[in-house]
Ligand binder design. Structure first.
Ligand code: IPM
Ligand code: MN
Length: 367
């Protein structure tokens, strides 16, 4: 198979973790005899520095014609005080919208080998295995009107939380279909005791649930969800929620996994005529400028995103399983970066990438 992939390393540690993810991609391609065609584009702070805008047209065109896009991270401190349209983050929102990737799948699991990496009690996190389905192209992130106007005592800022019925329906379908292949439980998160937006969300999700009789649905308010995530994380299977709530809850979920560096994500939209998902794959973590360039960042979120890319955009489930297996091997061997607080000397970013490749080639030798 020819794997045509666009790389957008972005800013900060995005560059380092993408480099390791590419090593793994090459290893998979050679072990499973696929042809790899990689192109590279600019997104985020680096794009502003080189072209003046966070999401150049050239990047848009590349992303639209490539089978799948692998992204590092965006964000640079030098743009902290810039207006929203001149910020690196706007590039990320732009590409999500341009590709129409409305469902962001963020699996959160507690690996046995990392049980001591989480600050939470072992018996609490042990066995956690959930997937957060975050709506990604609507809500407060994109709603208009938005902006800051006026001055002095008249100065005001507005954002708009807006969802249409079809936007809720399509992401709800995604969540129920995923749940059907897992433990058959969807928990929908909202704030329907206060927000009309959430009232519509709850009503539409309930309607869609009726079409999936083998999946159970429960609803939880977002504040309670934040608490239950750390009180009884095993109660969750598929967590379905809107954009902003999902952004916040998934960082909390990272604590269950041991480190945010562990979390991969797949953002998918509609299927292409070939049956493959349009997809954008990125680790959940940010650009972490404080450790950028130090070969310290955890590349496993990015490498896990490679596995998701193989699975969703190319239907290569065996290859994806091999990558997940290699990650687990490396964790069991204790070859992990400092964020996971290993008992021995922490490994560097590139050492972890190499270890995953070694585990993959051992797997290929057996297979
Ligand atoms: C994420 C990030 C982004 C988001 C930022 C960088 C715009 O926090 O992917 O979770 O808020 O979606
Ligand atoms: Mn986030």
């Amino acid at each position: 198979m020819n794997l045509n992939i666009l790389l957008l390393p972005g800013d900060g540690i995005g560059v380092e973790v993408t480099r390791e993810a590419v090593k793994v991609l090459r290893q998979v391609a050679s072990a499973f005899k696929h042809e790899l065609t990689l192109s590279e584009g600019l997104l985020g702070g680096i794009a502003i520095q080189k072209t003046g805008v966070p999401f150049p047209d050239e990047t848009r065109e590349l992303a639209l014609k490539t089978d799948a896009t692998l992204l590092g991270a965006v964000g640079l401190p030098e743009f902290d005080n810039a207006p929203p349209e001149k910020r690196p983050e706007r590039g990320l929102l732009g590409i999500r919208k341009a590709l129409g990737v409305y469902a962001n799948l963020r699996p959160v699991r507690s690996y046995k080998a990392l049980i001591n990496s989480s600050p939470l009690k072992n018996e609490l996190v042990d066995g956690t295995d959930m997937i957060i389905v975050r709506e990604l192209t609507g809500g407060l992130y994109y709603g208009t009107p938005r902006g800051i106007s006026g001055s002095g005592a008249e100065e005001r800022a507005v954002n708009t939380m807006i969802y249409t019925r079809p936007e809720i329906e399509r992401v709800a379908h995604m969540a129920f279909q995923l749940a059907g292949k897992r433990r058959k439980k969807v928990t929908s998160v909202d704030k329907s005791n206060v927000l009309e937006n959430s009232q519509l969300w709850r009503r539409v999700v309930t309607e869609i649930a009726a079409r999936y009789p083998d999946v159970t649905l429960d609803h939880i308010l977002v504040d309670n969800c934040a608490m239950q995530l750390v009180l009884q994380p095993r109660r969750f299977d598929v967590v379905l929620t809107e954009n902003m709530f999902g952004d916040i809850l998934s960082d909390e979920g990272a604590v269950l996994a041991g480190s945010i560096g562990m979390l991969p994500s797949a953002s998918i939209g509609d299927k292409r005529p070939s049956g493959a998902w349009v997809g954008l794959y990125e680790p959940v973590h940010g650009s972490a400028p404080d450790i950028a360039g130090k070969n310290k960042a955890n590349p496993l979120g990015a490498i896990g995103s490679v596995a998701a890319l193989l699975e969703y955009s190319f239907g290569l489930t065996e290859e994806a399983r091999a990558v997940y297996g290699a990650i687990e091997n490396v964790l069991n061997a204790g070859r992990v970066t400092a964020d996971l607080k290993p008992a021995g000397t922490p490994a560097s970013t590139s050492e972890v990438g190499d270890a995953v490749c070694e585990a993959l080639s051992a797997h290929a030798a057996i297979a």
